[in-house]
Structure formats: structure tokens, C-alpha cells
Design a protein around this ligand. Structure first.
Ligand SMILES: NC(=O)c1ccc[n+]([C@@H]2O[C@H](COP(=O)([O-])OP(=O)(O)OC[C@H]3O[C@@H](n4cnc5c(N)ncnc54)[C@H](O)[C@@H]3O)[C@@H](O)[C@H]2O)c1
Length: 250
């Protein structure tokens, strides 16, 4: 097992990509703290992990709230003794569907920046000194191909994800000598509830452009997280790993 004796925190793990990441980390031997705003589906994930013989600690955490983040970090250290891995997966657009920025209400675009960019910085800030002290750690952030190329209809989301890319590269330089790897994944279109925000004709166009006859699956992303959190990736630093089935290459 690639992650035996490792302890991981995965944010936004109640469903979608985060859920799949948590299950994959546990299959590779990690103990996990999983957090989300929605406790019912999060507890279902905990039960799934326990049924498979794994260990999981559920925490109700809004990643925009420092007090809640700090409690999650303290509870993880109290329960599992350390933190080796942080997966900053929680995020997404605060809009129901694509819409132009000139119509965006301030509270909506600010919420998008908060949940993606501030959430990633907040959770990282809460674990980074622990990782520096133990001289090891793996941090995987969640960007998006939209943060690389920009996506009309999701301007605030594109800005937040571009910010996460800048954060990932800059922090990687700061902690390069500390035994900590900081990388990010930039997914293409992955089949979770998020896809419902995208018009059907756009999805059809994306699938046709990929020549693969399928969208990405949460497992495709979980496999990339397994690589970046394993020792196999110990020389991979400040990298933005595009997992997009060959689309969105710019
Ligand atoms: N699905 C895609 O096509 C796609 C593409 C590119 C990037 N991403 C990114 O991948 C990550 C996961 O996406 P997904 O498709 O699984 O989304 P999802 O909506 O299915 O799951 C996201 C989870 O994050 C949680 N969350 C949202 N805001 C939160 C907050 N403030 N505090 C704590 N938890 C919060 C939600 O409750 C939800 O359970 C996100 O960062 C998203 O931006 C997804």
C-alpha cells in the first residue's frame, strides 16, 4: 500500500471528487479526516470507509471559516497524531449555472472566491507549520482547466482557480527545502453534480472534442491525487497536473 501509516485531510469529501479521493486514500492505507458542509452524505462516506476496514474522522467544516478549520486540524492531530497530506478539494462555483460577469451579484462572485481561493489558503495555513516541523507533507490543491485558459460564464471561478495556481507555485518555492510537496490538479469536465451547471450542448461538444466518448470520472482525479501524495511524486514540486482527457490543452 502506497500510503500506509499516512494521515490525510480531504475537504469537500461528502460527494463527487472529494468522496472518491477519500476512498482511494483509504484503499492505499491512509487514515483520513474528511470534512464538508453537508454532514448526512459525509457520514455515509465514513460508513463506507469503516465497512471497508478503514479509519475516518468526519468534521463539519466550512473552509471559509478559520475557527472551524483549526478545530478540524486539532481533532486530526488528537485522533491520528499527525497530518501528512492535505487535499484542498472543497470548491466550485457559487452560481447555479453559467452566466456573464456583468450580471454577477457581488455576494455571488465573492462567495466563489472565498470557497475556492480563501478556503485553500485557509486550510493550508492551518497545517503548514505542522508539516514544516515534521519536515514532510504533501499538499494537493484543486485548480481547474478554467483557471489556466479562462472560461466565459464562469469568470469569478476562473479567477479563483487561477489564484490557486499562483498560490501553489509560490508556496512550492517557499517550502521546497522543508520536505513538503505542493502541487495542484486542474481537472477538465468531471462527471459530478457540477456538470448539471453546464448546458447540455456544451457537454456534447466537449465529449465530441475529446474523441473519447466519455467525460472524466471522479476516479480519474483520485488516481492523480494518489500519485501526487505518494513518495513516487517526491520530486514533483509546484506542478499543475491537467487531468482533462486531452481537451482544454492551451
Ligand atoms: N467536476 C468538475 O468538472 C470539476 C472541474 C474542475 C475542477 N473541479 C474542482 O474539483 C473540486 C471538487 O468538485 P466536484 O465536482 O466534486 O464538486 P461537488 O459540488 O460535487 O463537491 C464539492 C463538495 O465541496 C463541498 N463544499 C463546497 N463549499 C464548501 C465550503 N465552503 N466548505 C466545505 N465544503 C464545501 C460541497 O458541499 C460538496 O460536497 C472543486 O474544487 C471543483 O472546483 C471540478
Amino acid at each position: 500500500m502506497r500510503l500506509a501509516d499516512k494521515v490525510a485531510i480531504v475537504t469537500g469529501a461528502a460527494r463527487g471528487i472529494g468522496r472518491e479521493i477519500a476512498l482511494a486514500l483509504v484503499r492505499e492505507g491512509a487514515k483520513v479526516t474528511i470534512s464538508d458542509l453537508d454532514m448526512d452524505p459525509l457520514n455515509d462516506v465514513v460508513n463506507e470507509i469503516k465497512a471497508a476496514g478503514g479509519e475516518a474522522l468526519p468534521c463539519r467544516v466550512d473552509v471559509t471559516n478559520s475557527a472551524e478549520i483549526n478545530k478540524m486540524v486539532e481533532a486530526t492531530i488528537e485522533t491520528f497524531g499527525k497530518i501528512d497530506i492535505l487535499v484542498n478539494n472543497a470548491g466550485g462555483s457559487a452560481r447555479d449555472r453559467a452566466s456573464d460577469f456583468n450580471e454577477a451579484p457581488e455576494e455571488v462572485w465573492k462567495a466563489t472566491l472565498e470557497r475556492n481561493l480563501h478556503g485553500t489558503l485557509g486550510c493550508t495555513r492551518a497545517v503548514i507549520n505542522h508539516m514544516i516541523e515534521q519536515k514532510s507533507g504533501k499538499i494537493v490543491n484543486f485548480a481547474s482547466v478554467n483557471g489556466i485558459s479562462g472560461q466565459s460564464g464562469f469568470v469569478d471561478y476562473s479567477a479563483a482557480k487561477a489564484g490557486i495556481i499562483g498560490f501553489t507555485k509560490a508556496l512550492a518555492k517557499e517550502v521546497n527545502s522543508c520536505g513538503i510537496n505542493v502541487n495542484a490538479i486542474a481537472p477538465g469536465v468531471i462527471e459530478t453534480r457540477v456538470v448539471e451547471q453546464i448546458p447540455k450542448e456544451t457537454i456534447t461538444g466537449i465529449i465530441e472534442s475529446l474523441n473519447l466518448n466519455r467525460l472524466g470520472q471522479p476516479e480519474d482525479i483520485a488516481n492523480a491525487v494518489l500519485y501526487l501524495t505518494s513518495e513516487e511524486a517526491s520530486y514533483v514540486q509546484g506542478h499543475i497536473l491537467r487531468v482533462c482527457g486531452g481537451g482544454f490543452i492551451s
